[in-house]
Design a protein around this ligand. Structure first.
Ligand code: HEC
Length: 161
């Protein structure tokens, strides 16, 4: 083999054995979502869940509940907790909500019964408010009946119209 041929062979071999930077690159870290951003999504979906079930749109209500469950089991455990208040209560209360309250709502939606649904909605809103109060966010008030804006922004009795 001539020296030129050896040189060409070496170039070819090194090109083939070069580690691919594309396949070995680590996945970029996913950006951390804030607790409040995830909660705004929970609130919108909980409001829709209530309005959908009141209108007999139970499949839509079930879908919204599934998305809320995902927020509690996947997003919120990794979300950046607020700095103010009592963030230490959040992990246990979020997991209790996912287990107890989501299950309660799912059964009530499956029953296709308005009165039963309204009772479960009220228990869920109470659980939402319980965590807001315990974590130092009691001013974020979730109404007890379906169909109202979440959070409650109605004028307080002390405010004259
Ligand atoms: C595990 C505790 C916990 C539960 C359960 C919970 N929340 Fe929250 N929520 C929080 C905390 C903490 C904040 C404040 C987040 C922040 O300041 O970053 C918040 C904020 C909010 C906000 C304000 C979001 C914004 O920034 O605009 C709304 C609305 C809300 N929650 C609705 C709900 C509803 C509806 C439910 C029940 C279906 C619920 N939350 C259940 C802890 C909870």
């Amino acid at each position: 083999m001539t020296r030129a041929r050896i040189a060409i062979l070496c170039v070819l071999l090194s090109a083939c054995s070069r580690p691919s930077t594309e396949t070995h690159r680590a996945a970029p870290p996913s950006p951390t979502i804030g607790y409040g951003t995830a909660m705004a999504d929970v609130a919108r979906r909980f409001e829709l869940l209530g309005r959908a079930a009141s209108g007999g749109r139970f499949e839509l209500a079930e879908y919204q509940l599934g998305e809320i469950e995902e927020q509690f089991t996947e997003t919120l455990p990794r979300a950046a907790p607020p700095r103010e208040g009592h963030p230490e209560v959040l992990p246990a209360m979020a997991s209790a909500f996912a287990q107890t309250t989501v299950t309660d709502l799912r059964r009530a939606i499956a029953a296709r019964d308005r009165a039963r649904f309204n009772a479960a909605f009220e228990r869920a809103a109470t659980a939402c408010n319980g965590c807001h109060q315990a974590s130092g966010h009691g001013f974020i008030e979730v109404p007890m009946t379906p169909g109202r804006a979440i959070p409650n922004v109605d004028a307080l009795p002390s405010v004259s119209p």
